[in-house]
Design a protein around this ligand. Structure first.
Ligand SMILES: O=C(O)CCC(=O)C(=O)O
Length: 268
């Protein structure tokens, strides 16, 4: 299968932002098939089914996950043989009058050396009034439980997604998100697949640019909803994730991890 792997800079962006955005990567014929399937009902899949067995060859979902850009991004993030945790069709009804509370999916997830990826696919254009997904960049490494964050109405730097048809988001499982209120007269559709890795998530991408200074720059990104002290903690969390992803326990940014792991005389 042809795939376009992510670069180290893109992976570092995922580690700092908690998501990657691929605009208009899905061609119109798949978007049209997806819309029809979502209206008619997409057959469910059992928890934990291998991705290769999850979707019939002629389905929009099979074609979607085998697009070179999508397959390459998935391979870079969750490896060659992920399993499908679950799928869901998310609909925001026309003029529905309410938004979803801000939340993380599932329950509190304390894993620091593995992560799931959620693919969100928008088969039609999402305009500002259509209830696109709300995302809080850099929230994915905060350990919260489901809608603990639901009372937060707006955070500086949040993203209220608008996008062209055929756009895909790839999210770290921990990111705070929610479906916004749809004030338009059109139903808004989104198809979600959650992937579980089955292999260690170590150097699965195209690592030729691993030493690019942009990697450190991405890992140092500041988001406006952090206070200064919290930003330090988030950079530390990203360093820990990057150490896992690269299997390099010496990696650091501005000495944040080296300082707090210095325990002379101890071996573990
Ligand atoms: O509809 C959306 O934009 C987000 C829905 C979602 O991700 C959820 O219900 O967990």
């Amino acid at each position: 299968m042809e795939t376009t792997l992510l670069s180290s800079v893109q992976m570092a962006r995922f580690a700092s932002h908690g998501f990657l955005r691929l605009d208009s990567v899905v061609p119109d014929d798949i978007n049209t098939a997806a819309m029809a399937a979502m209206r008619d009902g997409v057959p469910d899949v059992p928890y934990g089914i291998p991705l290769g067995k999850a979707f019939p060859d002629d389905s929009f979902a099979h074609r979607l996950v085998n697009l070179p850009a999508v397959a390459g991004a998935l391979r870079s993030l969750v490896g060659p043989d992920p399993t499908v945790d679950h799928i869901a069709v998310h609909v925001r009804e026309p003029n529905e009058g309410q938004a979803q509370p801000l939340h993380g999916d599932a329950i509190i997830d304390t894993r620091r050396d593995a992560f799931d990826v959620q693919l969100m696919y928008y088969p039609h254009e999402v305009t500002a009034d259509m209830g696109g997904t709300l995302l809080v960049p850099g929230s994915h490494l905060r350990l919260t439980n489901e809608s603990d964050t639901g009372r937060y109405q707006n955070l500086r730097g949040q993203i209220r997604l608008t996008c062209p048809a055929g756009t895909i988001l790839l999210l770290h499982h921990g990111i705070w998100h929610g479906g916004r209120r749809n004030d338009s007269a059109r139903r808004r559709y989104m198809f979600k697949i959650r992937f579980n890795p089955t292999t260690p998530q170590v150097r699965l991408w195209d690592t030729t640019d691993l030493d690019d200074p942009e990697v450190r720059a991405e890992l140092s990104t500041y988001f406006p909803w952090y206070e200064h002290a919290t930003w330090r903690l988030e950079v530390y969390n990203r360093i820990a994730l990057w150490r896992t992803l690269t299997d390099d326990n010496t990696f650091d940014v501005d000495y944040w991890a080296t300082r707090v792991s210095n325990r002379p005389g101890r071996t573990a």
